[in-house]
Design a protein around this ligand. Sequence first.
Ligand SMILES: Nc1ncnc2c1ncn2[C@@H]1O[C@H](COP(=O)(O)OP(=O)(O)OP(=O)(O)O)[C@@H](O)[C@H]1O
Ligand SMILES: [Mg+2]
Length: 136
Amino acid sequence: MESFVTKSPRETEEVGANLAKRLKSGSVVALFGGLGAGKTAFVRGLARGMGINSEVSSPTFALVHEYEGNPPLVHFDMYRVTGWDDLYSTGFFDYLDMGAVLAVEWSENIENALPEGAIRVNIIKVDDNTRRIEIE
Ligand SMILES: Nc1ncnc2c1ncn2[C@@H]1O[C@H](COP(=O)(O)OP(=O)(O)OP(=O)(O)O)[C@@H](O)[C@H]1O
Ligand SMILES: [Mg+2]
């Protein structure tokens, strides 16, 4: 396990951008950490590190945002996903088959569906501006 301490959203993005270098088609980045932990900030960095220039925002309402790239990045918010039917309707398994990189906020809610090789990123709120990020 690797562990990082960040003192700003920018630093959290940087950790994401560095992880991006190790991702490939079909990689799943499973994000854990409560409300406002910094999951979306981390995914913003992932996108940047993958060379994607799109604006990254939380897929709170759409549940999934797709960003063009090679491979593409697909960003999920599983906050309101509580069962297999919900999960299928996000397209999770289709995107996996397509070989996109998947970044999954609220992975707590779909833990049983995560593929074996998923990279687990746990973001812990230490205080207002400090986060501990554990990558396994
Ligand atoms: N070190 C840090 N890393 C990331 N975010 C930080 C940090 N310090 C403070 N913040 C603040 O925490 C918030 C993180 O928001 P973000 O949307 O990334 O979290 P989230 O985990 O995606 O939340 P949600 O549960 O709503 O999806 C922002 O308001 C950001 O400014
Ligand atoms: Mg978020």
